[in-house]
Write a protein that binds this ligand. Sequence first.
Ligand SMILES: [Zn+2]
Ligand SMILES: [Zn+2]
Length: 243
Amino acid sequence: MTQHQRMIYLDDALALPGCPVCRMTLQRVAQTLASIEAELVLDPTWREQVDSAWGFCNLHAQQWLDQAQPLSTAIIYEAVLGRITRQLEQRLPSRAGPGNVRSRIAGMRSGGAQREVLVAPGVCPLCRTRDEQERQIVAHLLRELKSDVMRTRYAASDGLCVVHLDLALATSPEPEVLDALRTRLVERHEVLRSELRDVIRTHDYRFRDAEAGPQWNAIAGAVRHVAGSPGIDGRRARPDRGD
Ligand SMILES: [Zn+2]
Ligand SMILES: [Zn+2]
């Protein structure tokens, strides 16, 4: 976790490779993960958020397993398993008398909500941090881009990934900010497409299992530019998502 301990600010993120919003958001998610772990036993609010979400979504559960201590993980998941067991027992009592069985069958036949055995868990606390942070960081970037100095710095950076550009466009940025975003994106796409065309032109199936080196970097760079860095959920981040 040491790489996440120092807070990354916009200036730092613009000087580093990749989308600055992806980088800053993922760092804040890693920090939240560390604070959940540190305050878990002491802070009942965190406990309730984590327990009611059944721990974490698939992506963040893997991240938690990679980064958290086994003791914290055991504490969380012991409680989560207890909560799920209680829900299951409430919905499907194991020692049902004849009356209970009848009402249970009637409930199942009625369809709709009755078919849903378990109550849906709450939002993963790390997804919530990610969603809040990426919106705040995009808003901060757009405010900063009103200055010429920051627009010059942005022009020299890798710029936003498509996921975060989409989020930025949804806030109707001012014309000069919009122009800076658009120019950088078009330039970046030219570079990425040229790298991909090189890969396509020089690709040799005989070496398909070999380490691709710079070619692989070009491919991974293009995928991350469109989908966001690993840990970003582009479809969820879309402002018009239908939930
Ligand atoms: Zn991004
Ligand atoms: Zn999550």
